[in-house]
Design a protein around this ligand. Structure first.
Ligand SMILES: Nc1ncnc2c1ncn2[C@@H]1O[C@H](COP(=O)(O)OP(=O)(O)O)[C@@H](O)[C@H]1O
Ligand SMILES: [Mg+2]
Length: 307
């Protein structure tokens, strides 16, 4: 399998094996003490935070001129300023598509930087997750129809009302559906599914049957949401890396995208105290699943891996 491709502006997330790290030393060659290493770490994090903020602010400044350009393209397309030739209409359609891509990139990058610098807080409110999932399906249904893709979702009445962040959960599911939509060839099928799940976080030490009963461990304590498709699937060696920032699989560069969709989904799921993973059959198709606990044990949305 070839090495994975990333966007050229992406930070290196390790597709090429990193060289052995040198022991950390001060400029005079002396080994650094744990205190100075920690100090260095804080300074680097602070510099990273400032750079990300500066990039986000520059990206934000692109929003207004882009909205104006998109508005003019729409005005021209409406032919209110005069009739268009077929060729002009075609050019305007291309401009519209490029405008949408740029808008998507800006939105993804702003969400990513807000999550990365801790600027996006979770807002939990009790709700029925079925409503959120059917709303996302409704938003995607016409695009799926246009590509002759079947999208199945059946509300699950076994799911209780519990506190979660509906717009952020919508974003996670939307990012997963977008990928299935993009990578599944015409005529394929996509399933969205949600069910109660018993999440045992201490898989290493299996509790006894008595302990399970005492702690109510047989009761579902989380919802498991899955998006499965009949697309090309993802080779097992990339099942962790697909969640890295700016990561894209070899051969998918021609598709629209920034490689941030799954990285954002991972951070949002973790922000709700959950975890996300992918399974894929070598014969094709893949299934992304995530767990959200009924009682949020809040983790910082921005940092950390899912591992
Ligand atoms: N459903 C899927 N089927 C096949 N490949 C997928 C699927 N979802 C994600 N991938 C792979 O994972 C990569 C990262 O996905 P994502 O972070 O959403 O970035 P983007 O969609 O912008 O490329 C994609 O570029 C693609 O290579
Ligand atoms: Mg994507």
């Amino acid at each position: 399998m070839a090495t994975a491709h990333k966007n050229p502006y992406a930070p290196d997330s390790g597709a090429v094996p990193a060289p052995e790290p040198e022991p950390a030393t001060a400029p005079d060659g002396e080994a650094l003490s744990p205190e100075s290493l920690q100090q260095e770490y804080y300074e680097l994090r602070e510099r990273f935070r400032r750079t990300t903020n500066a990039l986000a602010s520059a990206t934000h400044d692109l929003k207004t001129p882009l909205a104006i350009l998109n508005g003019y393209v729409e005005l021209l397309t409406s032919e209110k300023l005069g009739p268009l030739t077929d060729r002009q209409r075609e050019v305007l359609r291309d401009m519209q598509a490029s405008g949408r891509r740029l808008q998507q990139f800006i939105q993804d990058f702003l969400t990513y930087s807000a999550l990365e610098t801790g600027g996006l807080r979770m807002q939990f409110e009790p709700g029925n997750i079925n409503d959120t999932l059917s709303e996302v399906c409704r938003l995607w249904s016409s695009r799926f129809q246009e590509k002759a893709l079947a999208l199945y979702f059946l509300a699950n009445d076994k799911l209780p009302v519990f506190p979660f962040d509906p717009p952020k959960l919508e974003r996670v599911v939307s990012n997963l559906l977008e990928n299935s939509f993009k990578f599944t060839p015409r005529g394929g099928t996509v399933w969205l599914h949600a069910e109660p799940h018993m999440w045992d976080r201490r898989a290493a030490t299996q509790p006894s049957a008595a302990e399970r009963r005492r702690q109510n461990l047989n009761q579902p304590n989380a919802v498991k949401v899955s998006v499965a498709d009949t697309g090309p699937g993802i080779p097992a060696e990339f099942h962790q890396e697909v969640f890295d920032d700016f990561f894209r699989l070899p051969g998918t560069e021609s598709e629209e995208g920034t490689g941030l969709g799954l990285a954002i989904a991972r951070r949002l799921v973790q922000g709700m105290g959950g975890k996300i993973w992918v399974e894929s059959d070598p014969a094709g198709g893949c299934k992304f699943s995530f767990l959200i606990p009924y009682k949020p044990a809040v983790a910082p949305a921005g940092k950390g891996k899912n591992r």
